[in-house]
Design a protein around this ligand. Structure first.
Ligand code: ZN
Length: 706
């Protein structure tokens, strides 16, 4: 649906470049290898084609290796200036090409890019292993680290040195030759497995389409769900048909509203079985091998389990600290979910039905109970949440908190016609960075929502400004109508925009500690904290405007929305914490050979006493947070860890009596949003708040404590 306009644009600009430049043919044809001359150094998306990546990576990898060799083999005594600074400056071409490639591989992929990704991932892993395990390079870094007190470093330099030293040690720099070889093999294999894991989920998602056949199949669906399904149909080449896909923003409303129980079951079944279907896209064996290799990796590095290894360098420090938090929440959440289930079962019976509530019924009856108990109906809220207005609300919040403004720049390059590009300016109208918003689901995009950095802020190689993207999977509106968001979608938009601000406001010298390059259990603080502003009347009242009538959201509806906030939190907490605990337990195995993850999942859920009507938010066979890149392996708890902080942090604004309090916002920017990884996360939090957080505010927010 999207390939055509891009291909023609690419062809045009390639011709232009060819006329202008006088470089050798290979370089001329490859925009990835030429300087990027678009405004703000934007990648030349219009001219990049899949075939450009292979030669670009080959050259960038060679450049990177050469730059690092030069540092490692230097004869002079190590100094910060001849070792750490050039290390920070090295591999720029590789970083540049990698970021463009992986942005496309997740947001707008195709068979060609997928094939490149499968070949490339192990190659990149091998490259970085060779760097991190280079004995000469580590000797220089270790020498500096041992003498760090005597080096007269400024605090940021000291932090950068410490971070490099830690990450070399954690990568295996202190192991003997044979162990290092094994670590490199493991890294390479993990990269391959992670790529397959993600591509298998996408394949299962692309394979499923629920085509609603005529009036009966549409029973219960409000106008906005029908319109979105119709739009999805035409996007998928089924014009005139209503189609539901496995994108969260397509299937969730369907599960909420469809009166066809059999269809709900069918869609839910496909959704929750992603990655678990026998055949070419089965993730179960892949997961077993990933867990086995991670356990071995951790043990080589001197830890009993991967969870211990992983958490030692997180804010949580130990699996026990994580378990304490999750257990505290689990009991309360399960009790709350039990009460919710009883309410839902009663709603089933009130309809004169006698079936027992199942997982595919939960969202449907939750919606009905929400309507009955709180007089709140998703289809009543949605017309007020127009995508453009919610984007404007996120921007305006950034203006009021941090003085930022956003100017749309439609002439800047983008990788897909749906992508929108804004220049970000500060109070003095100086350039801050570039923000890309890519909001709609499409088959070439993996599901979910994320922020990605196309370029990090830094000052080491000149005043380099950040370029960050937010990628979402919203459904479009009917042809002439604006896209309308659910309240959850709007929250997701604010969440990812919080990550984007963490990248955009970054104010550091060294690129390795810029923006979101912080511990995983800290990185969700700027994003989740930002969600709080969406819920304030100051924001909702101004930006929630009915798309047909142009009227603002009435106070009464706002109040009902507020009153219903804690409803179904038992469910939301249970589905999340079950995934977080399963992740932790999985990575607490000392050996995983022969592991059957489906069986393992079942056993854990039994032990936890998982309510049978609730399914984990991410079942293990498609738990991409944990398996695809390893980013959240033994780290899915991070959202709740950060939530303890965000609930507590927002309390600082409430205590000031103004959710846009200037002084508090200034501290928030200085110590959190602009600070990158300049200091230890706990220290950063204390610098902002004056003390460490406690879980009280989080439990209260979820309605799990008085
Ligand atoms: Zn996040």
């Amino acid at each position: 649906m999207s390939a055509k306009p891009r291909r023609s644009a690419a062809a045009k600009s390639t011709t232009r470049t060819a006329v202008r430049t006088k470089k050798p043919a290979a370089a001329r044809a490859n925009p990835l290898l030429s300087p990027w001359r678009a405004a703000f150094g934007m990648p030349p998306f219009g001219t990049i084609r899949p075939a450009h990546f292979r030669p670009a990576f080959t050259r960038a990898l060679a450049d990177s290796r050469r730059e690092i060799d030069r540092i490692a083999r230097a004869k002079s005594r190590p100094t910060f200036a001849n070792t750490i600074a050039p290390l920070e400056k090295s591999s720029r071409a590789l970083t540049r090409v990698s970021r463009v490639f992986f942005s496309l591989a997740s947001a707008d992929t195709n068979a060609e890019l997928q094939a490149i990704e499968r070949r490339l991932s192990p190659k990149l892993a091998a490259h970085w292993s060779a760097v991190m395990l280079d004995p000469k390079l580590f000797r220089r870094i270790d020498d500096l680290f041992q003498r760090r007190e005597a080096l007269a470093l400024d605090p940021e330099q000291a932090r950068v040195l410490e971070r490099h030293h830690t990450s070399f040690v954690r990568s295996g720099a202190r192991l003997d030759f044979r162990q290092k070889k094994r670590i490199a093999v493991i890294n390479q294999r993990l990269a391959t497995l992670g790529t397959h894991f993600a591509q298998n989920i996408l394949a299962d998602e692309q394979a499923f389409k629920l085509v609603l056949d005529g009036g009966q199949d549409l029973a219960g669906l409000p106008e906005f769900v029908r319109a979105a399904a119709l739009r999805t149909g035409s996007d998928l080449g089924l014009a005139g048909k209503h189609v539901v896909t496995l994108a969260r923003s397509s299937i969730e409303p369907f599960l909420q509203f469809s009166a066809r129980r059999g269809l709900r079951e069918k869609a839910f079944e496909a959704w929750t079985r992603r990655g678990e279907n026998a055949g070419a896209h089965d993730n179960r064996k892949i997961a077993e091998e990933i867990i086995t290799l991670r356990a071995e990796q951790a043990q080589l590095l001197g830890y009993a389990t991967f969870a211990e290894f992983r958490l030692a360098d997180a804010m949580a420090k130990t699996p026990a600290a994580v378990r304490d938090l999750l257990d505290e929440v689990w009991q309360a959440a399960r009790a709350a979910a039990g009460k919710e289930r009883d309410l839902l079962q009663k709603a089933v019976e009130r309809e004169g039905q006698n079936f027992r509530l199942e997982a595919w019924d939960w969202r449907h009856y939750a919606e009905k109970v929400r309507k009955a108990e709180f007089d709140l109906d998703e289809s009543e809220i949605k017309p007020y949440l127009q995508l453009d207005r919610v984007i404007a609300a996120a921007f305006d919040t950034a203006r009021r908190l941090f003085g930022l403004s956003f100017k749309e720049r439609p002439e800047l390059p983008r990788y897909h016609p749906d992508v929108r590009v804004w220049e970000v300016l500060d109070r003095q109208r100086s350039h801050v960075g570039v923000f890309l918003g890519d909001y709609f689901a499409r088959p070439s995009k993996r599901s979910g929502a994320w922020m990605s950095g196309l370029r990090s802020q830094q000052r080491l190689a000149g005043d380099i400004r950040p370029i960050v993207a937010n990628v979402m999977s919203f459904t479009r509106g009917a042809d002439t109508d604006p896209a309308l968001l659910s309240f959850d979608d709007a929250r997701t938009l604010f969440h990812e925009f919080g990550h984007a601000l963490h990248g955009l406001l970054s104010d550091v010298t060294y690129p390795s500690i810029a923006g979101t390059a912080v511990a995983t259990d800290f990185v969700e603080l700027p994003s989740q904290l930002y969600e709080h502003w969406l819920l304030t009347p100051e924001v909702l009242k101004r930006f929630a405007v009915h798309f047909r009538t142009g009227k603002r959201m009435p106070d009464a509806l706002l109040q009902r929305l507020e009153a219903a906030r804690k409803f179904n939190q038992g469910f939301a907490t249970v589905e999340y914490v079950a995934s977080a605990l399963a992740d932790l337990e999985l990575h607490s195995l000392t050996s995983a050979a022969g592991l059957d993850i489906t069986q393992f999942e079942r056993e854990i859920l039994v032990r936890l006493g998982m309510p049978r009507e609730i399914v984990m938010r991410h079942r293990l066979p498609h738990f991409s947070h944990v398996f695809s890149s390893g980013g959240y392996a033994a780290g899915y708890y991070s959202y709740m860890w950060s939530e303890v902080m965000d609930a507590d942090a927002f309390g600082a604004f409430e205590a000031a009596g103004n959710v846009f309090d200037r002084k508090t916002a200034r501290r928030l920017k200085e110590f959190i949003y602009a600070a990158g990884n300049r200091r230890d996360p706990a220290e950063a939090y204390v610098a902002f708040r004056g003390r460490l957080p406690t879980s009280g505010a989080m439990l209260k927010k979820r309605g799990l404590a008085a």
